[in-house]
Design a protein around this ligand. Sequence first.
Ligand code: PMV
Length: 356
Amino acid sequence: MSSSIEKKNNISRCGWVSPSNIALVKYWGKYDNQLPKNPSVSFTLSTAATTTYVTLGDAHNTGVAKISFTFDGKENKAFQTRLEKFLNQIGPEHLPFVIQYHLQIESSNSFPHSSGIASSASSMSALALCLCDVAYQMDGLEIYDDAFFRKVSILSRLGSGSACRSVFDSMAVWGKHDDISGSSDEYAVSVADEIHPVFKTFRNDILIISANEKSVSSSAGHQLMDGNPFAAARYAQANNRISTIMTALKHGDLQSFGKIIEDEALTLHALMMCSNPSYILMEEGSLSVIKKVKQFRAETKLPLYFTLDAGPNVHLLYPAEYETEISAFIFAELSQFCHDGRIIRDAVGNGPNKIL
Ligand code: PMV
């Protein structure tokens, strides 16, 4: 996809909404250039999303990114610097126009900024969608085909690893795995067609246990895996769990699915606890919720399962058909552990949308 300066006038502005995703088998540990040490699989979400608009300005041809950036209508210099670094990284090899034209980037999230929800997956994928859209239009291409989404996934990955999985409907696998045809460490692939319909109905309620910024960032966490004594065993385990969860997903086997996602969440946090230096991102409320969910499941036999990403907030996953009973339990028993009672009610979603 080469950008052609002469065709610049065909396009001025485009916009995309891109969702967040929740990993079921986690990516934790990476090589340079955001290449994963193990494959991962995630549900694409629906409500938690970023809206981004990119407007193509005048050509400057300096070879260095020049952007203006607003988040929720306000300038944000810290984000702007991060985005310029990203554009300077991808420009020379992937999208030359991003270092040849002034870009105006406007972004906003559907979820509150201080909700403790990581926004890098939705924000980097929304930006990558806009940039690839501009490049496609410059080249006179109008069809958003598989090649388009593959390119978007590669660029999203370079912005923030897990973002590469957000660009696909329902469910995506990132990382080379023998059971997943076409899988790659460089981009994610859709596995939406390989899963039982029950998983497309899944709800994902995010219990905001704490809205504080994390004490250890994900990038520091990935780096600490390099010295983790259990790293090799973990990468092998993640490979095996991809095989097991894909079988469960195919057959609609809720129990096996639930066991793996909970084991994955606890493994992720155990890896943090045995890093050097060790650290803990769960809070007391996270543990209270986990215990109550296990107890509720034992008593009711309803398929309610938890997972966590690299933070204290707990994602609760269950099929929509049990929403009435499970919502009643969540509000009666679990909202007391949430910061200001905050719960984001989300669900498996259909992937990004072009809005302009
Ligand atoms: O994409 P990053 O660098 O923010 O790392 C994401 C790590 C986890 O959310 C913990 C797991 C995952 O696969 O999304």
